[in-house]
Design a protein around this ligand. Sequence first.
Ligand SMILES: Nc1ncnc2c1ncn2[C@@H]1O[C@H](COP(=O)(O)OP(=O)(O)OP(=O)(O)O)[C@@H](O)[C@H]1O
Ligand SMILES: [Mg+2]
Length: 371
Amino acid sequence: MFLQQLKIRNFRNYEKLDLSLDKNINIFFGNNAQGKTNILESVHFIALSKSHRTNNDLEMLMEGKKSFKVCANMHKNNIKYNLEIDYKDNKKHLFIDNDEYFKLNEYLSHLNIIIFYPDDIDIIKGLPDSRRKFLNNELSQLYPVYLKVLNEYNKLLKMKNDLLRKLNNREKIDMSYFNIVNEYLVDKAIFIYRARKKFIDKINNNIESIFYDISKRKGFYLKYITKPNIDDFDSNSLKSYLKEHIANSFKEEVNAGMALYGPHRDDFEFILDEKSLRKYGSQGQQKLSVLALKLSEINIFENQLGEKPVLLLDDIFSEFDKKKKNLILKYINNDIQSIITTTDLNNISKETLSKSKIFNVDNGIVKEIKR
Ligand SMILES: Nc1ncnc2c1ncn2[C@@H]1O[C@H](COP(=O)(O)OP(=O)(O)OP(=O)(O)O)[C@@H](O)[C@H]1O
Ligand SMILES: [Mg+2]
């Protein structure tokens, strides 16, 4: 799939920007704080209806303006779509071909993206929450039903936590209601566990060779960690095991005043040579491992969606040596659309530059450079 046109109004430092993108490689270069990342953010926004760097949509509104909008013209499986998101009065309206979409999970399945940006290092270095967020974002793009079930799980979890907090305060609650909530929670939990496990298994099918390609090290994989450990259970016995485990943990959960077991406590580790890369890896290795993770998703997206997603690469070259930069560029070849930002065109080989569409970004003014 690819984005052909991008139209941005009152977004960050762009009052009006109309861009025609190349099917393959697009490079935005310029000094710091000129608006390169803002362009990637607008693509992230039109694809997923949220920014990759803030949860507060208001931050994207150009200072002094009342509304902003992003529109995109895209191609997927030989069909053209017009996407539009309008933001006004703290509300977003999502449109595809001028029809308003009220369900996010239905809107999401159109423009698919994989993004790699500097703060992605949090996926390895940050708290488990960053890793769960990664899993949730990717699975929501791949399987619209995942987002639906996740939302249901989170609602039930909140209900359960409210009840546990009451019990913890020695308030009386309706135990049959508590048991029903638990029952539903286990069903949703199993769906989420399975989706995450399948996804991590798929990543492990090709991440080792990608990591080897860009770092020349073997023995790399992701290890899915669940609480409780569900590794040894097949689908039939998992439900009864979870129910029993949660029932046995009742006192512990009341004492904590919150639900202690389930996919909201999931995590995964980056393992190299049977050691945790988070604990023992160098800064560069950690960054490469997250990049390998993102690159390994290309295949998974392609298999699931029938087409490769759009790759957004924000300032990825800053910490890599020249040899690694060239190895990474191999992945940005001709059969995937990529949108790349850099402060320095010297980061990118002449060969790649010769087949790229190149834009200079200077204080919100974007000009195509013909070479
Ligand atoms: N809501 C907003 N309204 C107007 N301008 C904004 C808004 N949010 C950010 N900016 C401006 O956008 C610019 C930063 O843009 P961006 O993050 O895209 O920079 P960049 O070119 O990627 O820089 P770097 O190379 O440092 O990453 C800053 O000048 C900032 O003041
Ligand atoms: Mg930037």
